[in-house]
Design a protein around this ligand. Structure first.
Ligand code: PEP
Length: 252
């Protein structure tokens, strides 16, 4: 299985800046990379990035969105639905901790968003992870278990292969305090075990489990070498085309 490297640009870059970053990453990534590369610009930049990628004979990345509505369509001002994203992106980040935290997104909503994404053939990248307090209180494992339980509530074993799960400890996001490999290994093993219990061995083997949290070109290979880690979710470093491309090119 190819590794999945996802760049989350968050609320950065205007339309020309996004197109330029796509062009730079495209140029910097070596051909024949053994990774599936996904970049997730803001909604406002998706169309321009889509056009930019169409201009290449061999685009080296595909697009993802950073969020999707739990609803199909209608009176939901400011929301963007899976039907609107279909055709523009292949992936969608769902349940990022910044959405859980700043927009009070609940597991119930996240579960509905996953359903919407799957319905329109978008691949969800589900984010789970604990706060520093939860870790200190020895609640990290329970937090992730609860999130998985509720978020995957409507998912079937057949759908599971279309989903990636990113373990992102909240204390490691944007802080430079990346998680220790042993901490990641423990949590990723737990996620794998839960999937195996819930959906069976064969379905669980098809899921990509990613690590995210202050990943850069210096620490990426350490995480990718861990058992069951089949990709990375990269925030800050994905805005630097040299660093992001190095993470991908390091894979050989
Ligand atoms: C993220 O936004 O999901 C993330 C992991 O950010 P950073 O790499 O900057 O910690």
């Amino acid at each position: 299985m190819k590794k999945l490297i996802v760049g989350n640009w968050k609320m950065h870059l205007d339309v020309p800046g996004s197109s330029l970053l796509i062009a730079r990453v495209q140029h910097e990534i070596k051909g024949g990379s053994s990774a599936v590369v996904v970049v997730c610009p803001s909604f406002t930049s998706l169309f321009a990035c889509h056009r930019e990628l169409q201009a290449y004979k061999e685009p080296k990345m595909v697009l993802g969105a950073q969020n999707v509505s739990q609803f199909e369509e209608g009176e939901y001002t400011g929301e963007v639905s899976a039907t609107q994203l279909k055709g523009l992106v292949r992936y969608v980040i769902i349940g990022h901790s910044q959405r859980r935290l700043y927009y009070s997104e609940t597991d119930e909503q996240i579960s509905k968003k996953i359903s919407q994404a799957l319905r329109y053939k978008l691949k969800p990248i589900l984010c789970v992870g604990e706060t520093l307090k939860q870790r200190h209180d020895k609640l990290a494992t329970q937090t992730v278990l609860d999130q998985l339980d509720e978020d995957l509530d409507m998912v079937t074993a057949t759908d599971l292969g279309k989903i990636a799960i990113a373990y992102e400890p909240i204390w490691a996001i944007g802080t430079g305090e990346f998680a220790k490999p042993a901490q990641v290994e423990e949590m990723v093993q737990l996620i794998f075990d839960v999937l195996r219990q819930k959906f069976g061995e064969e379905a669980a083997q098809k899921v990509r489990i990613l690590y995210g949290g202050s990943v850069d070109d210096q620490n990426s290979t350490t995480y990718l070498a861990l058992p069951h880690v089949s990709g990375l979710l990269v925030g800050g470093a994905s805005l630097n085309y040299r660093k992001f491309a190095k993470i991908i090119n390091n894979l050989g």
